[in-house]
Design a protein around this ligand. Structure first.
Ligand code: GLN
Length: 292
């Protein structure tokens, strides 16, 4: 699909675009070329994947075509679809994303499920989300448990801007954002829960990440630049000050030996009730610590 004047007169139906883009993505080495174009079309047409199929014969407008053309070119460079379309789904809700925030992951929905199991619907608990990024954890917990109060912090102003936009979009009025560098500052009063997904990839593993992730997602949201344990160490050391007795810490953890190393940091602080829970792939993914 070139942008020549002659081409501009050609009409493109949804089905034509699917065929064209599928072979283009295939030629560029994408493993699921059809899914790539279907994602982009869903967003261009503001519809579900199913609806894309029902709208095969529909013709795109010139402005839709030029937008799609730009998006395909961006995708060819491996920019994640979510940054291109500007949004993603998390726990059944729509979240805006930009390159300033990590793209919310399906694994993190497991963190939400485990947290919700421990948060009674009736209690007015205080919850802290450290490194909120898009705000996906804080906003989801806030909306699923309207009586709780969620404070969500991040070091990045740009991330907090997106998180606030997501909060406004969902009217999550029990969620509040603040700019704090938690590695060098403390929180003002202890909370009942810390729920968070810290940057946990060890620096030496950064090179082996998928190109989409490595090239486009903010590196400070992926790695601490060291061993992937900096945030876990900090939270373990501060738990008695930051969490009320009987409270909980629920953290996402990484792969390989990262879950056990994270768990040991809490055991070293004398915590006995420390547990690793698996994700749906069978990998240890969530660390749960009870502050006795
Ligand atoms: N809390 C956000 C998420 O889980 C961002 C996490 C991060 O930047 N490490 O998606």
């Amino acid at each position: 699909m070139s942008s020549s004047a002659q081409d501009k007169q050609k009409t493109w139906r949804v089905i034509d675009l699917i065929h064209w883009a599928e072979s283009y993505f295939k030629e560029k080495g994408f493993s699921n070329p059809r899914a790539e174009i279907e994602w982009l079309l869903q967003s261009i047409l503001s519809c579900s994947r199913m609806d894309v199929y029902l709208r095969f014969e529909e013709t795109l407008t010139q402005s839709q075509l030029s937008k799609l053309r730009g998006w395909v070119q961006r995708r060819i460079t491996h920019e994640p679809l979510q940054y291109i379309t500007g949004s993603t789904e998390f726990y059944g809700r729509h979240f805006f994303v930009t390159k300033s925030v990590l793209i919310p992951r399906p694994e993190t929905e497991r963190l939400i499920d485990i947290s919700l199991d421990k948060i009674p619907e009736t209690d007015k608990l205080d919850i802290l989300d450290i490194g909120t990024g898009s705000g996906c954890i804080a906003i989801t917990i806030g909306m699923e448990r309207p009586r709780v109060h969620v404070d969500a912090i991040d070091i990045s102003k740009e991330a907090l801007f997106i998180a606030q936009k997501n909060k406004n979009h969902h009217n999550a009025n029990n969620v509040h954002f603040g700019e704090i560098d938690i590695l060098n500052n403390s929180i003002q009063k202890p909370v009942d829960f810390i729920i968070c997904n810290p940057p946990y990839i060890p620096n030496i593993e950064m090179d082996s990440l998928m190109e989409d992730v490595k090239k486009y997602e903010p590196s400070h949201a992926l790695t601490d630049g060291i061993d992937g344990l900096t945030f876990y160490r900090r939270i373990a050391e501060k738990s008695r000050e930051w969490i009320i007795p009987g409270g909980w810490i629920i953290l996402e953890v990484g792969l390989n030996d990262h879950p056990l190393k994270s768990m040991d940091l809490f055991k070293d602080q004398g915590f006995k009730n420390v547990e690793l829970l698996k994700d749906y792939n069978g990998d240890d993914r969530i660390l749960v610590v009870n502050i006795a």
